[in-house]
Design a protein around this ligand. Structure first.
Ligand SMILES: Cc1cc2nc3c(=O)[nH]c(=O)nc-3n(C[C@H](O)[C@H](O)[C@H](O)COP(=O)(O)O)c2cc1C
Length: 220
């Protein structure tokens, strides 16, 4: 968990199907609502398909980065209409790395296109006056396991979600039937060793977990 950064730089060497199969064979034990396991992945290794998927991803990324370079990455998910600011040196460095990643996405040997079957989701927060978050819970548990499994195999991985906005075109490329939501694109390959982050930067427990009452830090 502490050693699974988003890998932005990959070697072009192929990933043996056996290794990837082992990752998925472990990842499938993730939790899902009612154990319905509505997740479905398309393992894209064909170079032409990878190029087409990467083009679609780039279309979204190129629109996104215009705003990000202006210091704004989008609007907060709380419905407040507030813009989400972006501008620290760390954020700029990450943005530059992700820009290179997007430009070279077609070279990454494996692109996992991740779907979830809509009929398996019980979206328990759909009636609230805010964006729903629950449905994704039955896809991203599997994906986090995939990321961890890749690390265990020495593979790098990167979870991205921009491709979701291109779902109709992606479905056409991959022959996806109706009834599935595209939730993520996970890039997988052997990391370029010199260009990886060694240490992840995350908030401390005391900032993200509370004791009994909101705002009272959870401590040992
Ligand atoms: C829901 C979700 C969506 C994400 N979407 C993207 C994305 O579209 N493109 C991308 O390059 N990274 C994406 N990421 C990866 C994050 O940017 C990355 O985990 C974060 O910047 C921390 O980087 P690190 O894990 O290397 O420390 C996403 C991560 C999550 C959990």
């Amino acid at each position: 968990m502490r050693h699974t950064p988003s890998c932005r730089y990959f070697r072009p060497d192929p990933v043996p199907a056996e290794v990837l199969h082992r990752v998925l064979d472990n990842a499938r034990f993730a939790s899902s609502g009612g154990n319905r396991q509505g997740w479905r992945l398309v393992v894209v290794t064909d170079p032409d398909l990878r190029a087409a998927v990467a083009d679609l991803h780039r279309r979204q990324w190129d629109a996104y980065i215009v705003h990000a370079r202006e210091g704004v990455v989008g609007y907060q998910g709380d419905g407040s209409g507030k813009k989400m600011e972006h501008g620290t040196a760390y954020a700029t460095r990450r943005l530059n790395r992700t820009d290179e990643f997007s430009a070279r996405l077609h070279e990454v040997p494996v692109l996992l296109v991740c779907y979830v079957e809509l009929a398996t989701l019980a979206v328990t927060d759909s009636q609230l006056d805010r964006p729903s978050v629950v449905g994704g819970g039955s896809l991203y548990t599997l994906i986090q396991n995939v990321l961890l499994g890749c690390t265990a195999e020495g593979l790098g991985s990167a979870l991205t979600t921009l491709l979701a906005a291109e779902q109709p075109s992606v479905d056409e490329l991959l022959g996806t039937p109706p009834g599935y939501a595209l939730g993520a694109l996970v890039a997988v390959g052997w990391p370029e060793p010199d260009k990886q982050y060694r240490r992840l930067s995350r908030k401390p427990v005391e900032e993200i977990a509370f004791t009994d009452q909101w705002g009272r830090p959870f401590t040992r």
